[in-house]
Ligand binder design. Sequence first.
Ligand code: PLP
Length: 496
Amino acid sequence: MNYNSTRNAALQVTAAQAIAQGISEEGGLFVPQSFPKADLNDMLGLDYIGRAEYVLSRFLTDFTPEEIKACAGSAYGDGKFDDNTPAPVVSLDKHGENKHILELWHGPTCAFKDMALQILPHLLTRSLKKTADGKTAVILVATSGDTGKAALEGFKDVAGTEMIVFYPENGVSPMQKRQMNTQEGENVCVCAIHGNFDDAQTGVKKIFTDPALKAEFAQHNKMFSSANSINWGRLLPQIVYYFSAYLDLVNAKKIKMGDAINVVVPTGNFGNILASYYAKRMGLPVHKFICASNSNNVLTDFIRTGTYDKKRAFYTTISPSMDILVSSNLERLLYHLCGEDTEKLTGWMNALQSGGAYTVDAATADAVRALFYGGCCDDKETVEVIRNTFEKDGYLCDTHTAVAVGVYEQYLKETGDNTPAVIASTASPYKFPDSVLDAFDCEKPADPFAEAELLAKLSNTKIPAPITALRTKPVRFENTCAAADMADFVRETVRV
Ligand SMILES: *Cc1c(COP(=O)(O)O)cnc(C)c1O
């Protein structure tokens, strides 16, 4: 199994190279050359680690089975996830509905990013050994909140790696900020930038593709790498939980083997929902992919019209991990749907960079619409969904999950399509206690930890241990910088 770049058909790299490098030199993203078929019956009796090994081994053909076993075992075993169950499914079908919540936030940072970032350090350090032995990987991360903490937690004190995380100073929740600024580990650093998530992401991409900076770092035996969801090593582990959810539903007799499902994903950078599309390419019977956005609804418009236009107001919402106007992983989907035409795709991506917009050809737009439904929820609707879901189903969801539930309800109303739906739940409600409390009629305390306690009382649910532990951790990072100065900050921090 080899990988091409979305912007250079001539380039061909191994999985280890794709993971070690993160992004292709000309700015393209690495994509697998084919999609091996998975046999669902073979996976049915396996636990999560076994299912992960099954999927990973089909794409990481330059890894030994022992290596893959070790990676999956250390990421998803050893008590890293609640009850050693990384991706439980909770069915909300008491009222004749067919919705099933796939909870992806039982890891150490209470967000779905843990599903990929607990395993990425193992995949990356092994990839580096195979391709760039002896080099230290300088991992740069742009985060809208959850990636940063999950990456820091995954990479802390991992030999041969250094990590710098950039986040928009006013674009993350107080709890998320605290999670990052209290991070432990001698090889990690955190910096708030003046700007939004896209500024942070653009800045990181610029550093990655700057040949002079690359040469400077190479002289010191260091290379840049990424832990963002553009890295193949992030996407690949996310394919696993869609299979796992399906098989759990079969085992629970909620569906029969072979039945189609719909997948609903609260979307930002388009990584999570792309992974579900890749699962379908491997044989998972998915009927429709429902792409849920908040007020930053650039994807909703794109799916409906074929025009991607980021020239619009940027909203800071109560679902901050989805406050994104450039969804990087969409490039991969378009690559697969436009006939792997790298020239055409490069043209669109260049148009996005220079003019802020592009329109795909009619055939590609139709292909997108045949598979995907796009919808959005604003903050007010999101809070309503949290309230209604709690009252009706007794289920407490976070703001991101609520966007997905809300858009799923719109989809149901519009289409009447009652195919069993797997809704990705991407964060614990306790990461956003302030916004979640708005769904309850109560006075809100000022302190986020007091809010979490009140939420626990009102909802009769438990505060996750990692959130409680934050309260007494000392703040280690208070750096800030302008988006334009990110390269200098990296130079100073890494001290080349
Ligand atoms: C990152 C994130 C998302 C968006 O996922 P993408 O893969 O970027 O589309 C949604 N919800 C939460 C809680 C997240 O952390």
